[in-house]
Design a protein around this ligand. Structure first.
Ligand code: S3P
Length: 436
């Protein structure tokens, strides 16, 4: 699938982007292993979170929906999952694979996790190694790549793990394994990462503690408790909202409101970075949505300037960099990103793939091992490759707003993993995008 984004356009209106992907995954996982019936509203009906949903159906959990974002899960309790008939196929979804690993390491049955070509090339030793330390029996393909095979019947023991990288997926994986482990599992993160798992576990009545230590925040829980079903309202996804925040930020005359977006402090790197670049962005109507803060985000055009992106914002905006690189291309002056080597192991190598596309569009940039330097300037039209990466595809679509010619983006089908109605909303607010 290709997107063709016409040069120019305007950004005006009031929209609500779909539900948060991270929260949607977690709502299925925790609802499935809770006792009682969990009702979810605002669930993201994207391929990634649907892969998680299907995996739990395959393990015997009765799940109704999704129907317009509503899902009902008849939880089976911590020990009620059943061996699936075949390998669990998780598509493009790294979150599904890494979070499920923690849960499956602790089951009495064996199970294999597989994915598409992109997922099959992503690093899984980051979860396999600490899970083995807890007693899990798990194998990977060469160099720690999927498939992951769990052999079951592992009695897990707790761990005290200092994560070498700031990863919410690794943290969440180990906390899920810790639910089944004897003793108290402790995970320390070198920099703050999204804390949806901790918040939601507490919501399900499972006590999770956090405390600061000299090596970072330590999150701990003790195995052997239970989760009690709750109702969950999933906030709109700040990562999806980002494409429209950047669209409005770079387009003269724009005036956009994004309704009820999740503004969890561990996710707002994009807001902080855009503000540092001079964006005219404000929050209103702040509320609590079942333990997650949400707000309306208003954004109007203002000229952006290049910045050195503070390293402490990297983990807080890790998925937003492809779009932020487009903001940098439209800013006056130089933007420098460092400390972001994790971008190389996302759905694509997001540093190189973005740099290649920026080169085609005439935007000067220099690739670094752990980041990129981008010179703001004119953007030309052209044809770029997304390499099947949803966020790259949407970022270059937004770039067309300031381009001198149309931008064609190849390999866009995976936009459906996180943002199935992206093209529709883009056209609604004033872009001109055709998918074919
Ligand atoms: C996610 C964590 C992040 C993020 C991913 C979703 C999550 O990955 O990039 O899109 O839901 O926990 P890492 O933990 O690899 O940084």
């Amino acid at each position: 699938m290709q997107f063709v984004a016409a040069a120019g356009g305007q950004i005006k209106g009031r929209i609500r982007v779909p539900g948060d992907k991270s929260v949607s995954h977690r709502s299925i996982i925790l609802g499935s292993i809770a006792e009682g019936t969990t009702q979810i509203e605002g669930f993201l009906e994207g391929e990634d979170s649907l892969a998680t949903l299907q995996a739990f159906r395959d393990m015997g959990v009765q799940i109704e929906g999704p129907d317009q974002g509503k899902v009902t899960i008849h939880g089976v309790g911590l020990n009620g999952l059943r061996k699936p008939a075949k390998a669990l196929y998780l598509g493009n979804s790294g979150t599904s694979m890494r979070l499920l690993s923690g849960l499956l390491a602790a089951q009495s049955f064996g199970v294999t996790l597989t994915g598409d070509a992109s997922l099959s090339s992503r690093p899984m030793n980051r979860v396999a190694i600490p899970l083995r330390d807890m007693g899990a029996v798990v194998t990977t393909a060469d160099e720690g790549r999927p498939p992951l095979e769990f052999f079951g019947e592992s009695a897990l023991t707790s761990t005290d793990y200092q994560m070498p990288i700031a990863s919410a997926q690794v943290k969440s994986c180990l906390l899920l394994a810790g639910l089944y482990a004897e003793g108290t599992t402790k995970v320390t993160e070198p920099a703050p990462t999204r804390d949806h798992t901790e918040r939601m576990l507490n919501g399900f009545g499972y006590s999770v503690k956090s405390e600061m230590t000299p090596t970072g925040k330590q999150i701990s829980l003790t195995g052997g408790g239970k989760l009690t079903a709750i109702n969950i309202r999933v906030p709109s996804d700040i990562s999806s909202a980002t494409f429209f925040m950047v669209a409005a930020a770079i387009t003269p005359g724009s005036d956009l409101v994004l309704e009820q977006v999740g503004i969890n402090p561990t996710r707002i790197g994009v807001i902080n970075i855009l503000k540092l670049m001079g964006a005219d962005l404000s929050l209103s109507n702040e509320k609590d949505a079942g333990g997650e803060p949400v707000a309306d985000i208003s954004i109007r055009y203002a000229p952006l300037h290049g910045i050195d992106i503070p390293v402490d914002q990297v983990a807080l905006g890790i998925d937003e960099f492809p779009a932020l690189f487009i903001a940098a291309a439209c800013a006056q002056g130089t933007t420098r990103l460092s400390g972001a080597e994790e971008l190389r192991v996302k759905e694509s190598d997001r540093i190189q793939v973005m740099a290649d596309g920026l080169d085609i569009l005439g935007v000067k940039n220099t690739v670094k091992e752990d980041g990129i330097v981008i010179e703001g300037g004119a953007i030309s039209g052209g044809t770029v490759e997304s390499h099947g990466d949803h966020r790259i595809a949407m970022s270059f679509t937004v770039a067309a707003l300031r381009a001198t010619g149309d931008i064609t983006i190849n390999d866009c089908a995976n936009v459906a993993t996180s943002f199935p109605n992206f093209v529709e909303l883009a056209n609604e607010v004033g872009m001109s995008v055709v998918s074919r």
